[in-house]
Design a protein around this ligand. Structure first.
Ligand code: NAD
Length: 481
């Protein structure tokens, strides 16, 4: 069984804490690895290493920094099967999807390396004679990246690639639920020649290691992908030093299905979106609003489709659409939310309980609910499981108002063949992203950013890369002798 160590200042070292955390395979409940339950001292050692390495890293031409990102991508591609299997095993991600995450992560490093020759400043007109105003984009210094368990490897790359290409050094904290793929990759890149301290990876809990990384005066930016609760804790801790935060938090994505929609496309897209990775995706369709005159037809089609979803072991299931939830805690939480929805009047059309298909593992049935009301918890709160509540609407204005009646603002979608409907909805929906006639995922050249409680700042593309830069304006006056 693998026993991972902390990766600090270019070396794998023991934690200053002797405590460990066991990592389970959620399909079999077997212990597959251990990680250090790291300490505040570990966090501070990593930050010191990152701080010391930063000036020399920033001084390297960006194209040389990019070469390390290409090497990281190459190593991922060379080890793509091994990394995908590691990911599938540690978090019950169906192997096909795990492979996609690994491959997209390699592309993400290459894509970000491409910014090396494209980071630009500005020259601004002065009001004075003989003066140029130069706006430079410079690194912030040390970036801290705090990762969730649901797309642990890809989200790590979002933070590492953007930090390093912009001349920052980086400390990553993986989630305690799914650290293995990141740690295995760290072992693979140990010898690519990356200067010591440029990238550090510290395992440990959010309240200990995450908090210490956030509140240190060394930290220049904290980028979290995680829950609203963790985001609030990070804002509190960052307040001490007015540290910049970039937060990608939860969602409750509405899917609007208009009477003129291509119903087959809508049903297939929504079901795939809701069950992919067992419903544990921040931007998957989480509630559906269907126009009343197609409701019966839609329900007939979506019921059939939900009944066809195949639940299997993530690694060995050859036809799996989804697998187990990541942990017993998640399974309990999803079960409780569905039970509460039933008490509040929801009717179960498909599923509605823990799966009895397997002796072990944290499996929940693909679940379709009707008879829901807008004020119910199941419509208002994020459900990280394969649970889809459906409601009716009359007019598109009503559907948009119901969609916007949420504390979240991450992603949304509309299915319609009518240009006016699409333009109205995409203009009025209060969400950082809207998908038209499809569901997630987002593209690495886009900008993934939540509104309201779904976050501040964002990731990907030019705007995501610029999160890791700060501006410096120089007023350069010269004498005309
Ligand atoms: P989580 O908030 O429990 O944990 C996320 C990370 O934050 C972990 O590494 C955790 O240890 C750390 N953390 C927790 N408390 C902390 C604290 N006080 N200080 C510093 N760090 C702390 O979230 P999770 O369960 O791992 O992930 C699921 C959540 O992430 C969902 O809400 C999901 O919607 C969200 N998510 C959002 C996006 C997005 O792009 N918006 C993407 C993926 C996941």
């Amino acid at each position: 069984m693998k026993q991972f160590k902390q990766f600090i200042n270019g070396k794998f070292i023991d934690s200053t804490s002797t405590k460990i955390k066991e990592i389970l395979n959620p399909c079999t409940e077997e212990v597959i690895s251990t990680i250090p339950a790291g300490s505040v001292e570990d966090a501070n050692l990593a930050l010191e290493a990152a701080k010391n390495a930063q000036p020399a890293w920033e001084a390297l031409p960006a194209i040389q920094r990019a070469s390390f990102l290409h090497k990281m991508a190459d190593i991922i591609r060379t080890n793509r099967i091994f990394l995908a299997e590691t990911l599938a095993k540690e978090q019950a991600k169906v192997i096909g999807l795990a492979q996609v995450e690994i491959d997209v992560t390699a592309d993400y490093f290459d894509y970000n390396a491409g910014w090396a020759r494209r980071i630009e400043g500005e020259i601004i007109q002065s009001d004075r004679e003989n003066e140029h105003i130069y706006l430079h984009k410079v690194p912030i210094g040390v970036a801290v990246g705090i990762c969730p368990w649901n797309f642990p490897f890809f989200v790590m790359a979002r933070k590492v690639a953007s930090s390093l290409i912009t001349g920052n050094t980086c400390v990553i904290k993986p989630s305690c639920e799914a650290p293995n793929t990141i740690m295995q990759w760290a072992e693979l890149i140990e010898n690519i020649g990356l200067p010591a301290g440029v990238l550090n990876i510290v395992c440990g809990s959010g309240s200990t290691v995450g908090n210490a990384l956030t509140k240190s005066p060394i930290t220049g930016i904290v980028s979290l992908t995680g829950s609203v609760f963790a985001g609030q804790k990070i804002i509190e801790a960052a307040a001490e030093n007015i540290t910049k935060v970039s937060l990608e938090l939860g969602g409750k994505a509405p899917a609007i299905v208009c009477s003129d929609a291509n119903l087959e496309l809508a049903v297939n897209s929504i079901v795939t979106s809701r069950v992919i990775f067992s419903g544990q995706v921040c931007n998957c369709a989480e509630r559906v609003y269907v126009q009343d005159n197609i409701y019966d037809k839609f329900m007939e089609m979506i019921t059939k489709k939900m009944n066809e979803v195949k639940v299997e072991d993530a690694l060995t299931g050859v036809n799996a659409d989804m697998s187990a939830l990541v942990s017993k805690d998640q399974l309990d939480k999803v079960s409780e939310m569905v039970e509460f929805a039933k008490k509040e009047g929801a009717e179960v059309v498909v599923g509605g309980k823990r799966s009895e298909q397997f002796d072990k593992g944290y499996f929940y049935q693909p679940t379709l609910l009707t008879n829901c009301r807008q004020d119910m918890e199941i419509i208002q709160e994020e459900v990280f499981g394969p649970v889809l509540p459906v409601m009716k609407f009359g007019t598109l204005e009503e559907a948009v108002a119901l969609s916007n009646d949420s504390k979240f603002g991450l992603t949304s979608s509309i299915f319609s063949e009518n240009f006016n409907n699409i333009m109205y909805a995409t203009t009025k929906l209060q969400y950082g992203e809207t998908y038209v006639n499809r569901e997630h995922f987002e593209a690495m050249q886009g900008f993934h950013a939540g509104w309201k409680k779904s976050g501040v700042g964002g990731a990907d593309g030019k705007h995501g890369m610029e999160e890791y830069l700060q501006t410096k304006v120089v007023y350069a006056q010269y004498y005309n002798k």
